[in-house]
Design a protein around this ligand. Structure first.
Ligand SMILES: Nc1ncnc2c1ncn2[C@@H]1O[C@H](COP(=O)(O)OP(=O)(O)OP(=O)(O)O)[C@@H](O)[C@H]1O
Ligand SMILES: N[C@@H](CCO)C(=O)O
Length: 368
């Protein structure tokens, strides 16, 4: 019996202004405990794979145990089929242990995609696939690189895409339904799915000051990322994004909002000791948070009212990923910070739990 464990961290994307660019891997881990019994010659399970699950959403059955519907095993199957392996090896058992809250802005789907890609590599014996190639596979599925970049590589990362050749641009525009067909759409057409072009995504690791910890305040409702992206505008006011020369200092200030902050953020969070006022400024955003307030009652007041001058130990507050989780970066007074944010959500009749998290290493395969 072969066995191994895949361990992937959760992540918080954006950290304020770094929309779809910056990600931070954090210390809640999705685990896949995998066994392959090669003594069997056939399997009663679809695709030769038995899926079991414990963790978030277990009671509601939110995570499918059908390997052709479960996100992790579908992703693994995509990797396998790109390498002419139609099914899992006979007989594979994937036991998923998932403490990452679903649909809360802590990168549960990013972790599932990264773990799924790694699962495909490991069960398929595809040892030539290095992390940078696995990142290409992840990006064919989760099309923004921040969560998957953090979950795969670990730490505090900036992610970026290099321009692709015209034929490769066409390939990345292939709809997700062709990459991960639903069972109804005919999961096994016998054809190879579209492979990712090489070198779609890249990342750079930023330093993280050892004093800074992350307080995650997790409301008891889900905001699916797709819904949180629908509320964003198609066109942004120029002053929220770009830099321009303007005659007055005041106008110049307004016209450089997100770009100034994203330039500060990686430096500010790497400095030791941390500068609370600088970090608080660097974590402000005008590209996504204000639009998502409609989905997250209390968000506006939390972001505006919590600052280092009003709360000891606090460095800055932002929406984690697409929300509804709030991420507070702090050096002390963690419980007090969490309780203040929880109290604000309570006014909206929203219950929350909170966790103190630290930056995490990237995805690991642990062989038994
Ligand atoms: N361990 C898992 N196994 C299978 N499916 C999962 C797993 N984790 C997440 N998913 C799928 O991903 C969905 C949640 O993805 P979604 O992108 O909406 O939120 P998120 O990734 O938690 O938040 P964000 O992207 O804002 O950080 C779940 O409803 C489920 O379908
Ligand atoms: N950058 C993404 C992260 C969520 O997956 C967003 O904010 O929509």
């Amino acid at each position: 019996m072969e066995s191994f464990t895949i361990r992937t961290p959760c992540s918080s994307a954006n950290i304020g202004p770094g929309f779809d660019v910056i990600g931070l891997a954090l210390s809640i881990y999705l685990e896949l405990r995998v066994t392959i019994d090669r003594t069997k010659t056939s399997s009663d399970h679809p695709l030769n794979c038995r899926v079991t699950y414990e963790g978030e959403g277990e009671e509601t059955g939110e995570v499918s145990l059908d390997p052709s519907a479960n996100l992790i095993t579908r992703v693994a199957l995509y990797v396998l089929r790109c390498h002419d392996q139609r099914n899992f090896p006979v007989e594979t058992h994937v036991h998923i242990v998932n403490p990452i809250p679903l649909g809360r802005g802590l990168g549960s789907s990013g972790a599932a995609v990264v773990a799924g890609v790694m699962l495909g590599k490991e069960v398929g014996g595809l040892h030539h696939l290095d992390d940078s190639r696995l990142f290409d596979f992840c990006l064919m599925i989760e099309r923004h690189p921040d969560n998957v970049g953090a979950a795969l590589f670990g730490g505090f990362v900036g992610t970026y895409l290099k321009p692709l050749a015209p034929e490769d641009v066409a390939r990345v525009e292939i709809p997700l339904s062709e990459v991960l067909p639903t069972p109804a759409g005919g999961l096994d057409t016998g054809e190879r799915p579209p492979e990712p072009p090489h070198g779609i995504g890249h990342h750079i690791k930023f330093p993280w000051s050892k004093e800074i910890k992350a307080v995650a305040i997790i409301p008891n409702f889900e905001v699916p990322t797709a819904k949180a992206r629908e509320v964003l505008p198609k066109v942004y006011p120029r002053q929220d994004v770009v830099s321009a020369y303007l005659p007055t200092y005041k106008e110049q200030l307004n016209l450089t909002f997100n770009m100034q902050r994203i330039a500060l953020l990686p430096v500010a969070l790497g400095q030791s000791p941390p500068d609370p006022e600088l970090i608080n400024l660097a974590m402000q955003d005008k590209l996504h948070q204000q639009y998502r307030q409609t989905l997250i009652p209390g968000l506006e007041e939390i972001v505006q009212s919590m600052s280092p001058s009003s709360q000891e130990g606090l460095l800055g507050v932002c929406l984690s990923g697409a929300g509804p989780t709030i991420l507070a970066l702090a050096t002390s007074h963690f419980e007090e910070i969490a309780e203040r944010i929880i109290a604000r959500f309570r006014k909206e009749n929203i219950d929350c739990k909170w966790k103190l998290l630290e930056p995490a290493e990237g995805t690991k395969v642990i062989k038994a």
